[in-house]
Design a protein around this ligand. Structure first.
Ligand code: ATP
Ligand code: MG
Length: 448
């Protein structure tokens, strides 16, 4: 600018078919000499369209853009062509040079220089020098612009790629979930069908035995009465009768038969309960929302798993503690909720395996607590005093196919499915609180 003898200097670039003012420099006169010079350059980078900058002669610059020819005015205010031009009448500039920056025949920008102190400031020497500078500048600018566009493009592409990546991850997650659902639905529906089928088959003969047991008890009592009356009226029976009384141990039989029949009744009662639990658990007929007693579902699940809780050689029995609160009937998918109880209690049984085997003072226990929260939720806590989980394991337990169990023992689907059932199907919450070596508690909340 100093070389060109200018006081105002602007660099305007053509970007997206528009003139954009990239930079303006003014020379402000000052009394304080800086680097032995009495002016202070003021540099600005507005980077806005030329049409919004009033400090530049827009008409003149547009003219240079259109014609691609430079304009040198020795005294702008007296120049015939621009005599009524408002910018010149207001600003009163003297010497003006407006030159296009051309690279390979294409106008890429304009340099505007203005001096309002002296006329004829832009001599042919200065013009030559400027021409040289603008040619160099043109190449650098074109490169810079290309680089900028390239950078923008790279950024755009990176963004697009990121978006695609995200979408892919989402799709993969969805696929995994669908797969989980399919496998579990298949597993549960075949298990459910099997259970329901067996329950049905057992139900008929059990009812048959149960119904007849009452009469058997009555008939047996009648027969015993008859014997008693006989004995009273014929206290001295013939030898044959005495012998057979001895042989069958009549006294013992009379005493034992009612007990035997009572225990048969207790047994059939239990079978009936188990059958009821099996049917309750499979709930094949109830794939719709129903108002049910949650405690019934939990009880049936324990009934089904009873064999897993019982003491075995070298294994302690798992104690079950039920702290049932006063719950209303809950609107839910009963069959699905039972699946959740099944998954949780099975996990608790697995987690207690170590304690059961070791001969220590700790007794393996599963505690079920139910409660109501602010009339809005039903809370079911399923806790065990088993091995617990590390934080790293806890973070992944709801991931489909995540298991720490040996191959063939766990599929890693139990909790993933339980989460779906509670959170997605029932709009509830499922939380896990666990301390390694101490135990685990799952808290299920179902909205009322
Ligand atoms: N009560 C618990 N105590 C300790 N760890 C548990 C408990 N419940 C779950 N886990 C951990 O969470 C993991 C995932 O459980 P999840 O029920 O989803 O699958 P799994 O039991 O391994 O297999 P399955 O599909 O047969 O249920 C288990 O492998 C176990 O590491
Ligand atoms: Mg499990």
């Amino acid at each position: 600018m100093e070389n060109a003898g200018a006081q105002k200097c602007a660099l305007i670039l053509v970007k997206y078919q528009q003139l954009i003012v990239e930079a303006i420099t003014y020379v402000v006169d000052t009394d304080i000499p800086i680097n032995n010079q009495n002016y202070l350059p003021n540099f600005q980078r507005p980077q806005v369209p030329l049409s919004s900058i009033q400090e530049l002669p827009q008409a003149l610059i547009n003219y240079v853009w259109r014609t691609q020819k430079f304009q040198v005015l020795d005294d702008a205010t007296t120049e015939a062509k621009w005599v009524n031009y408002s910018y010149f009448t207001q600003q009163q500039p003297k010497s003006i040079l407006c030159t296009p920056i051309i690279n390979q025949g294409k106008l890429i920008g304009i340099i505007y220089l203005e001096n309002n102190l002296t006329t004829g400031a832009f001599t042919s020497e200065r013009l030559q020098l400027l021409e040289m500078i603008t040619t160099q500048a043109a190449i650098s600018l074109e490169n810079a612009f290309m680089y900028e566009t390239l950078e923008q493009k790279v950024e755009q592409r990176t963004q697009q790629l990121n978006q695609k990546n995200q979408r892919l991850t989402q799709t993969l997650e969805e696929l995994k979930r669908t797969q989980t659902q399919l496998i579990q639905t298949e597993k549960m529906s075949s298990l459910g069908q099997l259970v329901a089928g067996v329950a049905h088959e057992i139900n008929n003969p059990v009812n048959f035995i149960y119904g007849n047991l009452k009469y058997t008890q009555e008939y047996a009592q009648d027969l015993l009465n008859v014997i008693q009356v006989y004995q009273q009226n014929y206290p001295e029976p013939v030898d044959e009768v005495t012998n057979i009384i001895k042989e069958v141990e009549l006294d013992f039989l009379v005493e034992d038969l009612p007990k035997l029949l009572t225990s048969m009744k207790v047994g059939t009662d239990r079978i009936k309960k188990i059958v009821k639990s099996l049917r309750n658990f499979s709930r094949l007929d109830e794939s719709q929302v129903k108002n049910v007693d949650i405690h019934e579902g939990i009880d049936s699940t324990f009934m089904i798993l009873q064999n897993n809780l019982k003491a075995k050689p070298n294994e302690l029995e798992i104690k079950v503690v039920k702290n049932y609160g006063n719950l209303p009937k809950v609107r839910c998918y009963p069959g699905e909720l039972n699946q959740v109880f099944m998954n949780m209690i099975s996990n608790a049984v697995d987690a207690l395996e170590l304690i059961r085997n070791e001969n220590n003072n700790c007794s393996p226990q599963i505690t079920i607590t139910t409660d109501r929260e602010a009339e809005k939720f039903v809370i079911i806590r399923i806790a065990d005093n088993g091995m617990g989980m590390s934080e790293a394991v806890q973070k992944r337990i709801f991931d489909p196919f995540y298991t720490t169990k040996e191959v063939g023992k766990g599929t890693g689907l139990g909790l993933a499915i339980s989460y779906q059932i509670i959170v997605e199907r029932h709009g509830g919450k499922l939380e896990c609180i666990s301390t390694p070596g101490k135990g685990t508690e799952f808290v299920i909340s179902i909205p009322l």
